[in-house]
Ligand binder design. Sequence first.
Ligand code: THU
Length: 132
Amino acid sequence: MTKNELVALAFEALEDSYCVYSNFPVGACVLCKDGKTFKGVNIENASYGLTNCAERSAVFAAYSNGYRREDIEALAIVSNGKRISAPCGACRQVLNELLGKDTPIYLSNGKEEVTKTMRELLPMSFDEEDVL
Ligand code: THU
């Protein structure tokens, strides 16, 4: 699957976002090395802090189906924002552990696109290496 196809799946996911409070839909899609894909959306809650971001939803879906860091080829995260939406701090900590440090992360707002890795997004991280 190409980068553009994965980004298109993330935009497809975005349609299912549950963002009744922010009205800011975000979509994500994990591509696994065997070709399987897992979509995710942001899912908000009246207790705002319990919101689950799209990228965490997608990666949790992959893990829930038995896939692990080494099985994941790429992740796309998309919004319709006026600029690219980069993962929030909480998501960076989670993605840093659940993705490979050099796994490509495609970010798009439909106008611009950039590819990042967790190594770039969360340098000098506290991670599994510290505690396992
Ligand atoms: N959000 C995501 O799902 N992913 C991001 O990378 C940035 C923010 C969501 C959380 C909330 O539902 C909405 O966007 C506005 O903050």
